[in-house]
Design a protein around this ligand. Sequence first.
Ligand code: SAM
Length: 277
Amino acid sequence: THFGFETVPEEEKAKRVYKVFENVAQKYDIMNDAMSLGIHRLWKDTLLHAMHPQPGARLLDVAGGTGDIAFRFLEYIRSQQERQKRRAMRSMQTPSWQEISNNYSTEDEDGPQESRAVVCDINKEMLKVGKQKADSLGISAGLSWVVGDAEELPFDDDQFDIYTIAFGIRNVTHIDQALQEALRVLKPGGRFMCLEFSKVTNPVLARLYDAYSFQMIPVLGEVIAGDWKSYQYLVESIRKFPDQVRKMSPQFCPCYFGRGYDFISVLRLSHDYHTLF
Ligand code: SAM
């Protein structure tokens, strides 16, 4: 079954993807909750637990859309700092080795660095909605919004400790190019973390998921966002993306949950990363 997007030539894909996210931007967050029954929040939380960022870390969240990963990153670090402060106050002891090494890793010759999250997305509308959300949540310190293409990032080399791309990589036309850019902007030893859909492996769940995604998701798209086609694209793009078997390699530490609905990969970028795709 296909809905017309599958046959889109490569040079058309970026334009189509832009239109899809321009159309859905205002309803993007509400649709995520509706389609996943709120489960996307747990997937994103899981990514943050796997990341376990320390104060001072610099994050680049590519295809960051309305900022969910960056908000969680800043919140995670804030709670880490609070915890460290509380622990130090309570015990009034010398800091643990963990804390000492954390402090070292967050300082350079110019003194302590602030944690920072940069949300980068090709789509201005998505970023606009994200900024509004940040304002209403009162999040501004350490956060910036940059329009940019994953395939040609507007950043210098060796800038970030962590690069994330959540539900974004399947929308990129040349994944190889995006990975090369990730490697370029990451500091040596930096981490690349990709959160993306995979294939449902349990046959019973797979049938349920098929029925749900083909029949319900476009309907939800039409009812909530008034946009059937964009949600057809969504279903198709998930289906077209390589499954977990093709994605797996010794470099990946795959972490399945939700019975194979989803996939978090954490990998230290190495020069043979392109063999992954
Ligand atoms: N990461 C966010 C999240 O998890 O909620 C948003 C994910 S949304 C499904 C995919 C995002 O990828 C859209 O905001 C879209 O504009 C962005 N995108 C698509 N192609 C891109 C590209 N080449 N470079 C940067 N962002 C891109």
